[in-house]
Write a protein that binds this ligand. Structure first.
Ligand code: MD3
Ligand code: FE
Length: 193
């Protein structure tokens, strides 16, 4: 199995991550609404931390060393996230030489969603992607290697971790919406190069 999905983070740890995002990341790298080439807005807000960050604008999708609105380098990884990455290495969930270069922070309010897509903007398509779910539970969609393949719905709860590796890293996937509650935050940690 190259998708691992498990519940890991207790309430205290989840709150610590949220607190560190508010105190250490957002003041330096504020949330923004990404736009497609067409100018249409995505239905959620995002920001990033780490050496580089995923952005989308009228030039398309890419990784950038600078926040698109402040034009400043991204905030550093908050310590609680580095601790989780170390733990996942220690437990053998990800390779010891994994380099967590960026964390994409997606914020969904009620009604927000993310359409089916593949994650192909990374030069390194073999390093696993780590997802951490916080806040409200929501419905994650997992498809196959082709857009038309059947999609399965998976509930993601706060504290859940999903690790996508090998061939499953390139599956189509999306986020259908939050189930109940007001706000979901999803973190995706990547080695891009
Ligand atoms: C399965 N985020 O940031 S996280 C994304 O809920 C993204 O914010 C969604 O898709 C969200 O690109 C889903 C879980 C996830 C992330 C990447 C995957 C699942 C994946 C890549 C391949 C297969
Ligand atoms: Fe994705």
């Amino acid at each position: 199995m190259t998708i691992q999905h498990f519940s890991l983070l207790n309430k205290t740890t989840r709150q610590q991550i949220i607190d560190e995002i508010h105190s250490l990341v957002l003041p330096i790298s504020p949330l923004f609404t990404p736009k497609m080439k067409s100018g249409a807005k995505f239905n959620y807000q995002m920001t990033c931390c780490g050496d580089i960050g995923w952005i989308s604008d009228h030039f398309g999708y890419r990784y950038s060393k600078l926040h698109p609105e402040t034009q400043q380098p991204w905030a550093k990884f908050p310590p609680s996230l580095s601790t989780i990455i170390d733990y996942l290495k220690l437990q053998g969930y990800i390779p010891k030489n994994y380099q967590a270069q960026t964390c994409l922070i997606n914020k969904y309010l009620a009604g927000d969603k993310l359409g089916l897509h593949q994650d192909k903007d990374e030069q390194n398509l073999t390093a696993p992607i780590i997802s951490i779910s916080l806040g409200a539970s929501g419905i994650f969609q997992l498809g196959g290697m082709n857009r038309k393949d059947q999609v399965q719905e998976i509930i993601l709860n706060p504290g859940d971790i999903m690790i996508m590796a090998d061939e499953d890293r390139l599956r189509f996937h999306g986020f259908k919406g939050i189930l109940k509650g007001h706000k979901r935050v999803n973190l995706t940690i990547r080695q891009v190069y």
